[in-house]
Design a protein around this ligand. Structure first.
Ligand code: SF4
Length: 481
């Protein structure tokens, strides 16, 4: 069969530019589709199109099957458009990914749906597709339990990218090579945070990559892609310290650079920060989420991965844990970024200001304020829906820069959104650029996101003000997709 894998773009009518807010950091390929390509038998002809980086689909090209991911809810509407587009040409489509997995009824109106981990269903889906008899829905639960999960086969992924007949313009083509390259040491997560889709898909399962296997993957990636930087896409990096050390050693041996996302609880313990710094990590992204312990626990259900083990949960201990995690990074001279979530239902504008102050004191390379997104299928979504707090069910608005939940205390959504934007700008003072260039990090790759964001946020703000005065849209900020 000739199979096309598509990573759909979002439909652009968001109020705030994704690029200005840091959305320019896209992976080299979709990790979810990379997995599927890796487990697709070699005798099929496989192509991969990434709309997010500007590749365009040719709906007239003949395919036997089109597999579309909805890793993020914001991709869902475009995924459905693509399925409709191919349906007009009689091409069967299957939609998977987090959103479709958790919104099966909705997605199945447009195409067949693969819900849950694909490993044990994919063979059946391919067989059914060859017989041109795809089922409306495939549920992972109806197949044998996944006990060995898939890893990237970079050779197959490279072939799928090279064999693609998609048009891509020169700027986006060149910028593709600057994108962080996905790699992982594990999949799944033992935690059950309410705002996260991982527990709903993995059901607390956790799989570790054999470090020997990781070494082989690194060798292949270096030979075929020579990535300028790797990005760990583990759901919960660092869960098993011994295994993590063995994996990091492989990165050190390969002499490559990488970035990683990590939770505060793991940084507080042991030597993780130092190990990261010693093995090629150029930046650690720390998901701090909230300084308010009630929001962290009741709303996000993320207390456990956020606080030092054994500590009682309260605001003081949360701040102490964050400070301890940051200190570990500073002692190891490991550059770090901080990521925060604002829940308008419970967080006040003062909470945002507190976060800005904390971030400025922290010495982070970059710090990012994000609205909590009630991702459909999560417990957070169900709770907010039940309480009638959700402002919009338009999935094309579901990114972290649009306000999706009703603010409390009589503040309008517009006021709250503006306060968020103003505080975002405070996080990136232009005057901070020289300090970043001359600080500990010096001029290096980890400083670039700060500079780009600092400039882009201002352009975005200026653009908004001009658009309010003159009702036409401006073409800047210009950046490759
Ligand atoms: S620790 Fe991270 S990956 Fe695991 S459930 Fe919580 S948010 Fe999701």
């Amino acid at each position: 069969m000739r199979i096309l894998f598509v990573n759909p773009n979002e439909i652009k009518h968001i109020e705030y530019s994704d690029y200005a807010m840091g959305g320019y950091i896209r992976p080299y390929f979709s990790p979810a589709l990379g997995m599927l390509i890796s487990i697709t038998p070699e005798h099929h002809n496989v192509e991969y199109i990434d709309e997010i980086i500007g590749e365009q689909i040719d709906f007239n090209r003949r395919y036997d099957l089109v597999a579309i991911t909805t890793t993020w809810t914001i991709q869902a509407q475009r995924a459905y458009q693509i399925a409709d587009g191919f349906a007009k040409h009689g091409v069967p489509c299957i939609i998977g990914g987090n959103h479709a997995s958790l919104c099966v009824e909705e997605a199945s109106r447009y195409a067949s749906v693969a819900s849950g981990m694909a490993e044990n269903m994919w063979e059946q889906i391919l067989a059914d597709s060859e017989r041109r008899s795809l089922r409306p829905v495939y549920f992972a639960e109806e197949f044998p339990d996944v006990t060995r999960c898939a890893w990237f086969d970079y050779r197959k992924i490279k072939k799928a990218i090279d064999d693609t007949h998609a048009h891509i313009d020169m700027v986006n083509g060149l910028s593709r090579n600057m994108r962080p390259f996905p790699i992982l040491t594990s999949r799944g997560c033992p935690h059950t945070c309410k705002m996260c889709v991982t527990p709903e898909i993995y059901h607390k399962k956790y799989f570790a990559v054999d470090p020997v296997h990781l070494e082989e993957q690194l060798t292949t990636a270096e030979k075929l892609f020579k990535p300028f930087m790797y990005m760990f896409i583990d759901e919960y990096f660092g869960h098993d310290p011994e295994h993590t050390s063995a994996c990091l050693q492989k990165f050190k041996n390969a002499g490559v650079k990488y970035g990683v996302q990590v939770t505060p609880n793991l940084l507080c313990e042991g030597n993780l920060a130092r190990e990261l710094a010693d093995t090629g990590c150029v930046v650690a992204s720390i998901g701090l989420e909230s300084l308010n312990s009630e929001v962290l626990d009741d709303d996000f259900g993320k207390a456990e991965p956020s606080i030092q083990p054994g500590m009682e949960l309260n605001d003081q201990n949360i701040e102490a844990s964050y400070t301890a995690a940051i200190r570990k990074c500073q002692e190891a001279k490991l550059p770090f970024m901080l990521f925060w979530l604002i829940n308008p239902v419970r967080n006040s504008i003062e909470d945002m200001e507190k976060i800005v102050e904390f971030s400025k004191r922290s010495g982070a390379v970059l710090s990012s304020l994000n609205f909590a997104v009630p991702l459909p299928g999560t417990k957070f979504f169900q709770e907010q829906k039940r309480k009638n707090n959700i402002l919009s069910y338009d999935w094309s608005r579901y990114n972290t820069f649009n306000i999706l939940l009703k603010p409390a205390n009589g503040i309008s959504a517009e006021e709250f959104q503006k306060a968020m934007h103003d505080n975002f700008i405070k996080l990136y003072p232009i005057s901070g650029i020289p300090a970043h260039l001359m600080g500990d990090a010096s001029f290096s790759i980890e400083v670039m996101p700060y500079i780009v964001t600092s400039v882009a946020v201002r352009l975005e703000y200026l653009k908004k003000m001009v658009e309010k005065t003159f009702p036409f849209s401006l073409p800047f900020p210009f950046m490759p997709k």
